[in-house]
Design a binder for this molecule. Structure first.
Ligand code: NAP
Ligand code: GFB
Length: 323
């Protein structure tokens, strides 16, 4: 069962699940079950009776939504996560793969060098997303407690910023790539400059949703909490999924890729009165590469091609896209 099956990552899993015959998939959205309610969650999971769960459901948003709605992001996510893991345990679900995010790492650690799985709780997160960040940290703690007390194989993946078809393209709540694709599309139509929030200097690693979907299935099949880390640490059972640190790019470079993909040639203006958020959050993916194997390393989609495909999807599905 895939919770959050109708979202950006859930839709990417749905897209590739047709190619993957080992598992039968049930994709759940909030229309199937409101996971903030425990009784509904238990009832729905009992109905589906999954052997494993990929837990993606969450209240999600970009920098500006996180800054505006800290309490909502904290409470909704804590409720969803508490209910899903508790119901999975209650019904004997053997494996759960839950989704964290690299924005939850200690902000101080992001300022010097790279972040890795051992650092998850080593200091406060960036203030801009502390509501969401602490809720996600508690999902790691809850997974670890179920491993220790009940021997459950409940693990967490930690992706960087994700983008792709079926994303949320809301002008204010969305992440940078979908927000700017929508803004650039409108600016081209209206013949006006594109206004980008912030300085354009922050650095990010972006993973294409369909790449992440493939890696989620790999994690389901090949990653367990017993993979070599000290079981009592947060590193055991947590795995960063990301492109290499060398593929980190600036927001200004992202803007360039989006403008090229949309064929936008008007002015681009940076509104430095708006927040930049974290200057960088460079994720170390060495653990993933070691476990995945170096013989045939995973071939990530280039940001240029990923943005082209996402723009194409957005233009073709403008009427129905979330926005
Ligand atoms: P998304 O597109 O916003 O989709 C969220 C999903 O959660 C939707 O399927 C939504 O269902 C479901 N959901 C929300 N509230 C629910 C509720 N109360 N009950 C049941 N289902 C509910 O999110 P995403 O970008 O695919 O994110 C997937 C996971 O990756 C999340 O755990 C997120 O924290 C994590 N993540 C995302 C990013 C990123 O850049 N997007 C980066 C790192 C980690 P409806 O469609 O019915 O609303
Ligand atoms: O993707 P984004 O919202 O998330 O913003 P974060 C990334 C950067 O893009 C920031 C700049 O430096 C923004 O200033 N930016 C420029 C824009 N124009 C825009 C725009 O129109 N919309 C947005 N949203 N950004 C998030 C966390 O941080 O990372 C979330 O707050 C989540 O919780 C996500 O984890 C993956 O990378 O700054």
């Amino acid at each position: 069962m895939v919770t959050g099956g109708s979202g950006l990552v859930g839709s990417a899993l749905r897209h590739i699940s047709g190619l993957e015959l080992k598992h039968q998939y049930v994709f759940a959205s909030s229309r199937d079950c409101d996971l903030t309610d425990y009784d509904s969650t238990l009832r729905y999971l009992r109905e589906v009776a999954p052997g494993a769960v990929i837990h993606l459901a969450a209240a999600v948003g970009g920098l500006f939504k996180n800054m505006r709605r800290k309490a909502d992001m904290f409470e909704t996510n804590v409720r969803i996560n508490m209910n899903v893991l508790r119901a999975c345990h209650e019904l004997g679900v053997a494996k759960v793969v839950s989704c964290l995010s690299t924005c939850i790492f200690p902000d101080e650690k992001t300022k010097t060098g790279q972040i890795n799985e051992t650092m998850l709780h080593a200091g406060p997160p960036h203030a801009s997303n502390e509501g969401y960040a602490y809720a996600k940290r508690m999902l790691e703690v809850q997974s670890r407690c179920y491993r220790e007390q009940h021997g459950r194989n409940y693990v967490c993946v930690i992706p960087t910023n994700i983008y792709g078809p079926h994303d949320n393209f809301h002008l204010d709540d969305a992440h940078v790539i979908p927000a700017l694709i929508h803004k650039c599309y409108l600016a081209k139509q209206q013949g006006v400059p594109l206004v980008v929030a912030g300085s354009g200097a922050p650095l990010r690693q972006f993973i294409y949703s369909r790449d992440l979907a493939l890696l989620l299935i790999w994690t389901l099949e090949h990653y367990d909490a017993t993979n070599g880390d000290d079981p009592s640490t947060c590193a055991a059972g947590s795995l960063i999924l990301s492109v290499d640190p060398a593929d980190e790019i600036s927001i200004a470079q992202v803007v360039r890729h989006i403008a090229d993909a949309i064929g936008f040639d008007n002015d681009i203006v940076y509104d430095t009165a708006q927040a930049d958020g974290q200057p960088k959050k460079t994720a170390d993916n060495a653990k993933f590469k070691r476990l995945y194997g170096t013989e045939s390393p995973f071939a990530f989609t280039s940001i240029c091609r990923g943005i082209q495909e996402t723009v194409q999807w957005f233009v073709q599905n403008y009427q129905d896209a979330r926005k």
